[in-house]
Ligand binder design. Structure first.
Ligand code: HEC
Length: 162
């Protein structure tokens, strides 16, 4: 081996060694920085970071898919809600000759027909009373709840107390 070749090989080895040391230092520095960061943050910071991350990566837009209501599906409304939305228009004032809520004398002869008949007439409509109060989305249960509510407000007790 000539001295020139030996020198070259030494330089190569030296450069490789220095590179490895620099790399190691860099890795150690990064590990240290990481440990420092992890050690410095408050314990609850993770959740805040996570929230921030979730906020950053959340989809720009959402696609809302309306689930079609199967025909006759019950609207989740209480009797009072159905009354307020639909029945009140006529039954609060007695418009078109509707029996007025609170007028016991107007309701008692009707109630004498029986609850089932009242509900059936309200569902199918009778004279000035439109079928389901004009809202076909309502179910029979909605109608029954509303009739029960109206009777209750009038002071007539039904067996289905709700
Ligand atoms: C457009 C006005 C109107 C609306 C809205 C309305 N009703 Fe009526 N309703 C009437 C009229 C008018 C009568 C009286 C019909 C008759 O006997 O001539 C009546 C009668 C009734 C009767 C008595 C039926 C019978 O057999 O005597 C019930 C029960 C009733 N309505 C329930 C309801 C319910 C429940 C709602 C809401 C879902 C509702 N109504 C909405 C006008 C209305």
């Amino acid at each position: 081996m000539s001295s020139q070749v030996a020198e070259k090989s030494f330089v190569t080895t030296f450069v490789a060694l220095i590179s490895a040391l620099v790399l190691l230092a860099a890795v150690l520095f990064m590990v240290g920085a990481l440990v420092g960061v992890v050690g410095n943050v408050a314990p609850d910071d993770g959740s805040r970071k996570q929230v921030a991350a979730v906020e950053r990566i959340k989809p720009v837009a959402r696609v809302a898919i309306a689930v079609p209501q199967p025909a006759g599906a019950e609207l989740k409304l209480s009797g009072q809600e159905v009354y307020n939305k639909v029945c009140m228009a006529c039954h609060a004032t007695g418009a078109a000759g509707a029996p007025k809520v609170g007028a016991k004398d107007q309701w008692e002869p009707r109630f004498a027909q029986g609850m089932d008949t009242l509900v059936k007439n309200a569902v199918n409509g009778i004279r000035g009373m439109p079928a389901k109060g004009g809202n076909p989305a309502l179910s029979e249960v909605n109608i029954k709840d509303a009739v029960t509510y109206m009777l209750g407000e009038t002071g007539i007790k039904t067996d289905t107390a709700n």
